[in-house]
Design a protein. Structure first.
Ligand SMILES: Nc1ncnc2c1ncn2[C@@H]1O[C@H](COP(=O)(O)OP(=O)(O)OP(=O)(O)O)[C@@H](O)[C@H]1O
Length: 183
């Protein structure tokens, strides 16, 4: 598994997000072995590697979704392990935008409600949250599916709705998880 910076990182300054010495094992299966990654403000990074090499596990540890067995993750100078579950959830809601590989949208909600969900969870009123969400659906060119449920839209439309939901809170870190495909 390797990481590549896709642009010139902002010069100097500490990394916004850093993982050091990360290890994670699921039962007998080692997923991460001494993994490390640094991301600076405004930097775009691709993590590449074969299926099962630990990319999702790495991203989940860096985002505080999973706690590594060993190692440290620091975001904006704060060690994620020092935060409570509630604080880590709040951080994910406000600072991280995630586009998952599968099953990311809530099937019972319309696409508009899915995009508005992070804002609603943050306490925004429905009408305002849906107005902001509608703006993102428009930017992603999927306004026409706003009132459909995820099961009624194409795979590409669903991915765009998921991207809109990841961006709706203006997060500082955006994750896009997708399997590497050889060839
Ligand atoms: N919840 C889990 N329980 C048990 N094993 C797991 C779990 N999640 C991941 N693994 C195992 O950990 C290893 C790394 O998985 P991970 O999902 O991080 O790989 P990946 O590089 O993201 O794969 P892909 O490109 O196929 O999505 C694999 O061997 C996988 O089977």
């Amino acid at each position: 598994m390797t990481s590549t910076s896709l642009d010139e990182p902002a010069a100097g300054g500490p990394p916004l997000l850093e993982g050091v010495g990360l290890r994670k094992t699921f039962g007998q299966t080692p997923a991460l072995h001494d993994a490390a990654l640094q991301v600076r403000e405004s930097e775009i990074v691709a993590v590449m590697g074969p299926s099962g090499s630990g990319k999702s596990t790495l991203l989940h540890c860096l985002a505080g979704i999973l706690l590594p067995d060993e190692g440290r993750v620091t975001y904006a100078g704060r060690d994620l392990r020092s935060l409570s579950d509630k604080e880590r959830s709040a951080l994910r809601r406000t600072d991280f935008g995630f586009v998952f590989q599968f099953g990311q949208l809530v099937p019972e909600l319309t696409c508009l409600e899915n995009v508005a969900l992070p804002l609603r969870l943050g306490g925004m009123r429905r009408r305002q949250a849906e107005r902001v969400a509608a703006g993102w659906l428009d930017r992603l060119e999927v306004s026409d599916v706003a009132n459909k449920r995820p099961g009624e839209v194409s795979g590409g439309q669903g991915q765009r709705v998921a991207v809109a939901r990841a961006l709706v809170t203006n997060p500082r870190v955006i994750w896009r998880s997708r399997s590497w495909w050889p060839g």
